[in-house]
Write a protein that binds this ligand. Structure first.
Ligand code: ZN
Ligand code: FE
Length: 254
């Protein structure tokens, strides 16, 4: 695999990703939550990042930008729609734009819902999806700025990617997401099996991230709002937007 991806736990439950293209040695940092653990992980590997990508403007995703730029002179790339909320951006990207980490090509998806301008980055060579706070393992981000229709449309874009795609999300929320998912979709055998695996990993203090997009398609209730049984149980048969809205509301109150 041409992309080496290292996961760096930061703050209380964030994941920062160090992404290195083996062919060129180019290193990117995705969503540096805070500087110190990221810099320590880079130093331990002898990696010098030349790029930072931000998926959205929240402080727990951009908090390490300034210190890493100061130390390494990284270029900062982020969503055009949030340029006014992310200080120091060098390049602004939109839906369909190509991005590069060395020789590895990626593509930008605009995924509004958690924030208005949120983006996700897909690198087919991983295959890896950096989903920020749009899609979590067995969950999705809180709908702070978008509408249910926007958020559902964003999730459909990500759901269209290949099953083998590894999902690198912004937080280790999987175990609580799993408890909620079981509450709305208790008869889902794929979900039950995945929850057992999540519990096993967490009991050993192992990360549950990355997950496989194919597994998310089978078990993540937020990707299944158009599943007839789940939608009916949410009181919204044949209306995935309303079913998604109901699932999101129940999660907020779980
Ligand atoms: Zn966020
Ligand atoms: Fe976050």
């Amino acid at each position: 695999m041409a992309l080496e991806i290292e996961l760096v736990p930061a703050l209380s439950d964030n994941y920062v990703y160090l992404v290195r293209d083996a062919a060129t040695g180019t290193v990117a940092v995705i969503d540096p939550a805070e500087p110190d653990p990221v810099d320590a992980a880079l130093t331990a590997r002898g990696w010098k990042p030349s790029l930072i990508f931000n998926t959205h403007h929240h402080g727990d995703h951009i908090g390490g930008n300034a210190a890493l730029i100061q130390k390494y002179g990284c270029r900062l790339i982020g969503p055009a729609a949030e340029a006014h909320r992310i200080p120091g951006m060098d390049a602004m990207v939109k839906e369909g734009d190509r991005v590069e980490i060395g020789a590895e090509q990626g593509v930008v998806f605009e995924t509004p819902g958690h924030t208005k301008g949120h983006i996700a980055l897909h690198f087919p060579g991983g295959p890896a999806l950096f989903a920020g706070d749009t899609l979590f393992a067995l969950g999705c981000g809180r709908m702070f700025e978008g509408t249910p229709r926007e958020f559902w449309t964003s999730l459909l874009k990500l759901r269209a990617l290949p099953d083998a795609t590894k999902v690198y999300c912004g937080h280790e929320y999987t175990q609580s997401n799993a408890r909620f998912a079981l509450s709305v979709d208790p008869g889902n055998a794929a979900l039950v099996a995945q929850v057992a695996e999540v519990d096993r990993k967490r009991s050993q203090n192992l990360p549950t991230v990355p997950s496989l997009l194919g597994d998310e398609k089978l078990a993540n209730p937020f990707l299944r709002a158009d599943n007839p049984d789940l939608a009916r149980r949410m009181g919204a048969p044949d209306d995935p937007v309303a079913a998604f809205a109901e699932i999101r509301k129940r999660k907020d109150n779980f």
